[in-house]
Design a protein around this ligand. Structure first.
Ligand SMILES: [Zn+2]
Length: 393
């Protein structure tokens, strides 16, 4: 059955705004049209003042697997402390039932808060069964670590095995954890695979200044960690280049790369990106950045440099919940000039493009089935304490 909804504003996700606007969908949730409306209070389809219609949210970066670590890591102590805490907690491994229950509740939270697709990092099999949940479309990033050059082939093979297990759970690809936590042979193996399969790549990027120090000078906490593990400084280091520049020079042609966090990304990184043939998605996880490092990326500079920005929540190990609206709200609180006109495309179409799902999701384009959300309680274009989300389709 066809339905029409009209609201104070309609944000289509691709940058168009109708105020007031209306959206027509069929019984399967396929968009039939989005257009200007009269917005009269007598109109039975009118959802009222302060309502916004938009497509379902795309969470470009999360780690369902880490859901059970919710509230277990102290805030504001930096990335090094965070990584050590995650590693220590991993050794603790709770009973599988606790792990599964935490993931199930995280998944419910994602659904209730309007998420329709997610880029989810997996290091193991624990999230596998949950991904039978087809209300969310998944791209599973099988994440590899491994600083020892001689072990690159083993890490890669284990990654391919893990990935085979996720075969029926949506899209998937093998990705490096971060520029500093994979050896060059392992990085090259992953990149070659992405080239062969036309796969999407993702990595944590500029979450901490140590990454750049290691690349430019071969020193700092990353070099010390290698020393602790008894691994000599690899021949390629110091690379004398920033991590992004180094990785872009090795990328397979025209494969998309998601850069996650970018808390310490500089104008040089953004310039290097502009000169490259690699399509990049700069994925911001603002609440996780505040949780771990107590700072945010230079959003204004990213915008000036033409970066395509998408949003993610990261995991419950470094966040209070997995709601995309809360990420937008925090961005508005820190950058008051950010309007929903800008933020909604980041949370929808840009995320869909990051995950290669823009044909079906991310905008209220006729023919797509992107999910339809109603945000209530938007005052002067701002997300506030009273903002609520309803899924309409
Ligand atoms: Zn992450």
């Amino acid at each position: 059955m066809m339905r029409t909804y009209s609201a104070g504003r309609v944000h289509t996700g691709d940058g168009r705004v109708f105020a007031p606007g209306k959206v027509m969908v069929d019984g399967q949730g396929t968009i039939l049209s989005a257009a200007t409306a009269a917005g009269e209070s007598w109109d039975p389809d009118y959802l009222g003042e302060g309502t916004v219609l938009c497509p379902g949210f795309i969470n470009a970066h999360t780690h369902l697997e880490l859901s059970w670590m919710h509230g277990r890591i102290e805030k504001g102590l930096g990335l090094d402390h965070f990584i050590r805490s995650v590693a220590a907690l991993r050794r603790e491994i709770p009973v599988e039932a606790i792990r599964q229950a935490a993931m199930q509740s995280a998944l419910n939270e994602m659904l209730v808060s309007g998420t329709v697709a997610a880029g989810d990092i997996a290091n193991g099999l624990s999230g596998l069964e949950l991904k039978r949940e087809k209300e969310i479309r998944w791209h599973t990033f099988i994440e590899l670590f491994g600083s020892h050059e001689g072990e690159a082939e083993d890490h890669f093979r284990r990654g391919m095995e893990l990935r085979a297990a996720f075969r029926d759970m949506g899209d998937s690809s093998l990705v490096p954890h971060a520029p500093y936590s994979v050896s060059v042979p392992l990085l090259d193996r992953i990149l070659a695979q992405a080239g062969a399969e036309q796969a999407i790549l993702s990595m944590h990027h500029q979450e901490n200044p140590a990454e750049t120090e290691y690349y430019l000078h071969g020193s700092g906490p990353v070099a010390l960690r290698l020393e602790d593990m008894g691994i000599p400084l690899p021949p390629a280091f110091p690379a004398g280049r920033r991590p992004l520049e180094f990785i872009l020079s090795r990328m397979p042609v025209a494969r998309r790369l998601l850069l996650v966090h970018n808390t310490y990304a500089t104008a040089e990184d953004m310039e290097a990106a502009r000169g490259s043939a690699t399509p990049l998605s700069w994925v911001l996880c603002p609440r996780a950045n505040l949780y771990i490092e107590g700072r945010l990326p230079d959003v204004e500079l990213l915008m000036q440099k033409g970066a395509e920005i998408a949003l993610g929540t990261d995991s419950l190990a470094s966040n209070d919940d997995l709601s995309m609206v809360q990420e937008m709200k925090v961005l508005q609180a820190h950058f008051p000039w950010l309007t929903l006109d800008t933020l909604i495309p980041w949370a929808t179409l840009h995320g869909a493009r990051a995950l290669g799902m823009e044909q079906e999701l991310g905008s209220l384009q006729p023919g797509k089935r992107p999910g339809l959300l109603c945000l209530d309680g938007i005052v002067d274009g701002r997300i506030g304490a009273g903002t609520r989300i309803r899924r309409l389709g």
